[in-house]
Write a protein that binds this ligand. Structure first.
Ligand code: ARG
Length: 478
């Protein structure tokens, strides 16, 4: 038997391989909820426009609700022979309500249907990810506030460079994540147009109301060009690109957690809840979650590359190539969600090892820049000369095996006579971080102020979102 949905001009069944390469149901069943929402909006609009009878629309909507429940409860039998989620649902609707089901696809094509479903799915995913980024930012800012004056080494080239505070380090990630939220919000703004009603590619001769379906689905407006409506996948590319950048940020932090958990660093400790043991080495605690977050960036970035390459050079309008958009996005966005959840879990779980951080902060002559700055400020040396003098003092300290702050004054005066006992005021790590009060610098006062500012902004954002939700309602399910 040929396909019931489109088999009019076909007399034979598709080859098994044809069916296998063509079917998308194994993955696009993830779009079921969105597909049903789109179909309900479409059916109601068709009735409102007098294109189908109101009674038919009511039976269609009731049938779709019944199908939604079947899918939710795992009672729905997905069929590969029915290719994709759209035809699986329509075929079930036919079985449930009979003839009116055949009227649902009036003035619609699977091309605008899938474009609509997919936008709704990506929009939902963005909203979830946005909330998760916000929670991670909050966890980081709270920890930063608590450890605003916990000194640790700051690195460049992964070499101890200057003392910083643990709070300052965490707040650097808050900044990155805030930009990530901005990128997702931008993508969402551009995404939020409804392709529904673009039909196959050219629009339709039926007197449809695209404004109505767009509004019913919570879109800001219909897309303006039907060819673009069915063939645009920018929204998925933009979202994957925002996801890739966010995943890169998480992977950098994950790498630091991996390093910090080693016996060589011992900067933080993760509890049993976020570590695993080794099956052979009883002493080990492995930061697997951090390693996996580090690795997930690979598949998320891979998804972006794959979809860019699928889209490259595709002529207008729809081509079946575009079906390959889904697995990438359906893998990448949940992977990012999981990475965000795991990172938030680790931040909440993580305890900094303050003595180890302090010891490391003072090692490797980390306050040498403070000494050079002192020579500039108090002895009037040009910075280049101060740099040279400090280099010689560091070499002497290394020869004596002494930290800078314990260098004998006489030994330093031998190298430069302008050095006085006052210099010791700037050689401790606490003095060093306290002095870094320039805008954006690591001083504990700055860190406390910035952490509080973030916590207030997050709280204010949440309050305004709640007001927004109270005022409106979820249009999609009305
Ligand atoms: N499963 C298809 C996809 O994901 C739906 C659209 C099919 N359109 C068509 N003209 N065959 O792209």
């Amino acid at each position: 038997m040929s396909n019931r949905m489109w088999g009019g001009r076909f007399s034979e069944r598709p080859d098994a391989v044809m069916e296998e390469i063509n079917a998308s149901i194994d993955f696009d069943k993830a779009l079921a909820e969105q597909d049903i929402a789109g179909s309900k909006a479409h059916a109601r609009m068709l009735a409102a426009q007098g294109i189908i009878a109101s009674e038919d629309a009511e039976r269609i909507v009731a049938g779709l609700d019944a199908i939604a429940a079947e899918i939710r409860d795992g009672r729905f039998a997905f069929s590969r022979a029915l290719e994709d989620i759209h035809m699986n649902i329509e075929s079930r609707l036919q079985a449930l309500i009979g003839e009116p089901a055949g009227r649902l696809h009036t003035a619609r094509s699977r091309n605008d249907q899938v474009a609509t479903d997919f936008r709704l799915y990506v929009r939902d995913a963005i909203d979830e990810i946005d909330g998760q980024i916000e929670r991670l930012m909050q966890a980081l800012a709270e920890k930063a506030l608590r450890h605003a004056d916990a000194v640790m080494p700051g690195f460049t080239h992964l070499q101890s460079a200057q003392p910083i505070t643990f709070g300052h380090h965490l707040l650097a990630y808050v900044e990155m994540l805030a930009r990530d939220r901005g990128r997702f919000a931008d993508a969402r703004r551009r995404l939020n147009e409804s392709p529904l009603g673009s039909a196959a590619l050219a629009g339709t001769a039926f007197p449809i109301d695209r404004q109505a379906t767009a509004a019913a689905l919570g879109f800001d407006r219909p897309t303006a060009n039907s060819l673009d409506g069915v063939s645009d996948r920018d929204f998925a590319l933009e979202t994957l690109s925002a996801a890739s950048i966010c995943a890169v940020h998480l992977s950098r932090f994950a790498e630091e957690i991996v390093l910090w958990c080693t016996a060589q660093f011992e900067f933080v400790r993760l509890s049993d809840r976020f570590t695993t043991g080794s099956s052979i080495m009883p002493q080990k605690r492995n930061p697997d979650a951090a390693e996996l977050v580090r690795a997930k960036a690979g598949r998320i970035i891979g998804a972006l590359q794959a979809l860019l390459i699928v889209m490259k050079g595709l002529p207008l309008a729809y081509s079946k190539d575009m079906q390959e958009d889904k697995e990438q996005v359906l893998d990448a966005l949940p992977s990012l969600s999981l990475s965000l959840a795991a990172t938030t879990g680790m931040v909440l779980d993580m305890e900094p090892n303050l003595p180890a951080l302090r010891a490391a902060a003072g090692a490797a002559y980390s306050t040498a820049t403070d000494l050079a700055d002192w020579l500039v400020r108090e002895a009037g040396l040009p910075f280049r000369e101060a740099h040279h003098v400090t280099g010689r003092i560091v070499a002497e300290a290394a020869r004596l095996g002494s930290p800078l702050e314990e260098m004998p004054l006489a030994a330093m005066q031998m190298i430069h006579p302008a050095i006085t006992v006052e210099v010791y005021n700037v050689l401790s790590v606490d003095a060093s971080v306290r002095s870094r009060t320039s805008e954006g610098g690591t001083s504990p006062d700055n860190v406390r102020r910035e952490a509080r500012r973030w916590l207030e902004r997050i709280e204010a954002g949440r309050r305004s979102q709640e007001r927004h939700l109270d005022g409106g309602h979820d249009k999609r399910d009305s």
